[in-house]
Design a protein around this ligand. Structure first.
Ligand code: ADP
Length: 446
C-alpha cells in the first residue's frame, strides 16, 4: 500500500480524498494556489506545497509544479480528484513515467472515453446501446443533412472533445442545421481547441441515469448501482438520487449488468461512470467519465462502501475485496449540490463566510471545505458543499433532506440552498416525476 499520496485538487473533493487516506494510514500532501493558502484541504493535510498563482492553468493544471511537489515530498502516488487533471491521459502517462502511481484508470481508457466519438465507437463494440446518430465526425451541413434525415429532427450537435455541457446545439429542423453546426464547431474550437462535432437524435424527455463501476487490475469488475442525475440546469447536475425513481428492479439490473460486463470486456481498472439517457424503457449511452464523480457519496450512502478507499486500493494493485453478490443496496440517498451562486440569477457569489453551521443527525453527511472566516475565491468552480442524506426509503430521505436544508447556515455569500428548499417541496419532485428538461423548462419558469 502507498505511504504518501499527493492530492492534486482543492475544495471538498481534496478533503474527501484526504479523509480516505487518513483512515487507511496513508500520509497526504496538499497542493494549493496562492489563493488557497488558508484552505481547509491545506490545513488538514500532513504536508502542503504551493504550486502557483490563482489561475487554474498556473496552479491546479500546472503539471511540472505538481510533479515537483510530489518529488520533493516523496509521495508514492497522485490522486487527481475530480475536474482539473483527472481525465487528462497525458497527465496520467507523465505521472507514471516519473515513477508515481496515477490513482485512476489506464491512460488509454481515459483517452478513448475522453473523445466522445471514440467513446461511442468503443461503446458500440462493447455492446452498449447508444443514441442513434452519426458514426463519426460531421464536417459540413451537407454531410449532416443525410444523417439528420435518417434519425429524424430535432437533432443535437455535440463536440467530440466536449464536457461540462458546452459545445452542444439543437437543430429543430433542416433550416437550423447549418447554423447549429457552425455554432457548435466554433464554440467547441474556442472551449476545447478542437472543432470536431457529431450528431445525435435529440431526446425530448429522457432521464439521465448513470452506472457506477469499479474495476481492478486482476480483471474483476463490479457495479455499484445507478444514480439518477436528471435534475440539471444548462446540462449541469443540481441534485442526484439513488435508486432512480424511474426504474424498476428489472431495468436497474439490466443496465447495471450491461455496463459491468462491457467494462469487464474492456479490462477497465479503477472507478468509472457510464452515463445513459433513459426514455420509453430504453437506455442510450452518452458518455463515460473515467474518474471519481461529484455525486459518488449517494452510492456510498446506500452501499456502505467507501469508493475512494476502493479506488486507492485497486490502484495499489490489490483486488476488489468483495464480490458483486456481496454488495447490498440499502434505502435511498439524495445529494444537493450547494453552489456559491445567487439562487435565482445563478450569478457567482464568492466572498467571506461570516457564519457557518452544517446540518447533522442520523443519515446526514456534508462534504465541504467551508468554515466561518473562509474566503470563497472567485477563481474556481462554484460548488462549495454537498449535502447528502440517507433514509430507509425515498419518503424518509426527502423529509430528512428538507430538515437538513433548513438547518444549513452559510452566511456572507449567496448559495443555492434556497433553490433546493423550494425544489424539494414541489409535487413533481416529490413524486419523482421529472426528466432532464424539467428543472429548466418547468421548475425554473414557475
Ligand atoms: P458533457 O460531457 O458536456 O456533460 P454529455 O454527453 O454527458 O456532455 O451530456 C450532458 C447532458 O446533455 C446530458 O445529461 C443530457 O442532459 C444532455 N444530452 C446529451 N445528449 C443528449 C441527447 N442526445 N438528447 C437530449 N439531451 C442530451
Amino acid at each position: 500500500m502507498f505511504e504518501k499520496i499527493l492530492i492534486a485538487n482543492r475544495g471538498d473533493i481534496a478533503l474527501r480524498i484526504h479523509r480516505a487516506c487518513r483512515e487507511m494510514g496513508i500520509k497526504t500532501v496538499a497542493v494549493h494556489s496562492t489563493a488557497d493558502a488558508g484552505a481547509m484541504h491545506v490545513r488538514l493535510a500532513d504536508e502542503s506545497v504551493c504550486i502557483g498563482p490563482p489561475a487554474s492553468r498556473d496552479s491546479y493544471l500546472n503539471v511540472p509544479a505538481i510533479l515537483s511537489a510530489a518529488m520533493i515530498t516523496g509521495a508514492d502516488a497522485i490522486h487527481p480528484g475530480v475536474g482539473f487533471l483527472s481525465e487528462n491521459a497525458d497527465f496520467a502517462e507523465i505521472v507514471a513515467a516519473h515513477g508515481f502511481t496515477f490513482i485512476g484508470p489506464r491512460p488509454e481508457h481515459i483517452r478513448t472515453m475522453g473523445d466522445k466519438i471514440a467513446a461511442k465507437r468503443a461503446a458500440i463494440e462493447l455492446g452498449i446501446p447508444c443514441v442513434p446518430g452519426s458514426a463519426g465526425a460531421v464536417s459540413s451541413a451537407e454531410d449532416a443533412m443525410g444523417i439528420a434525415q435518417e434519425i429524424g429532427f430535432p437533432v443535437l450537435i455535440k463536440a467530440s472533445a466536449g464536457g461540462g455541457g458546452r459545445g452542444m446545439k439543437i437543430a429543430l429542423s433542416i433550416d437550423e442545421l447549418g447554423q447549429a453546426i457552425s455554432m457548435a464547431q466554433s464554440e467547441a474550437e474556442a472551449a476545447f481547441g478542437s472543432g470536431e462535432v457529431y450528431i445525435e437524435r435529440y431526446l425530448g424527455r429522457p432521464r439521465h441515469i448513470e452506472v457506477q463501476i469499479l474495476g481492478d487490475s486482476h480483471g474483476n469488475v463490479v457495479h455499484l448501482g445507478e444514480r439518477d442525475c436528471s435534475l440539471q440546469r444548462r446540462h449541469q447536475k443540481i441534485l442526484e438520487e439513488t435508486p432512480s425513481p424511474a426504474l424498476n428492479a428489472a431495468a436497474r439490473e439490466e443496465i447495471a449488468e450491461i455496463a459491468a460486463s462491457a467494462m469487464r470486456r474492456l479490462g477497465y481498472e479503477s472507478l468509472g461512470t457510464i452515463e445513459f439517457l433513459y426514455e420509453d424503457g430504453a437506455f442510450f449511452f452518452i458518455e463515460m467519465n473515467t474518474r471519481l464523480q461529484v455525486e459518488h457519496p449517494i452510492t456510498e450512502m446506500v452501499t456502505g462502501i467507501d469508493l475512494v478507499r476502493e479506488q486507492i486500493q485497486v490502484a495499489s494493485g490489490a483486488p476488489i475485496g468483495f464480490l458483486q453478490a456481496d454488495i447490498v443496496f440499502n434505502g435511498h440517498s439524495i445529494e444537493c449540490r450547494v453552489n456559491a451562486e445567487d439562487p435565482v440569477s445563478f450569478r457567482p457569489s464568492p466572498g467571506r463566510i461570516t457564519d457557518y453551521h452544517a446540518p447533522g443527525g442520523l443519515g446526514v453527511r456534508v462534504d465541504s471545505a467551508l468554515y466561518a472566516g473562509y474566503e470563497v475565491p472567485p477563481y474556481y468552480d462554484s460548488l462549495v458543499a454537498k449535502l447528502v442524506v440517507h433514509g430507509t426509503n425515498r419518503n424518509e430521505c426527502l423529509l430528512r433532506l428538507r430538515r437538513a436544508l433548513d438547518e444549513f447556515v452559510i452566511g456572507g455569500i449567496d448559495t443555492t440552498v434556497p433553490l433546493h428548499q423550494q425544489l424539494t417541496k414541489v409535487p413533481d419532485f416529490i413524486n419523482g416525476d421529472y426528466d432532464i428538461h424539467w428543472l429548466e423548462n418547468v421548475f425554473l419558469t414557475r
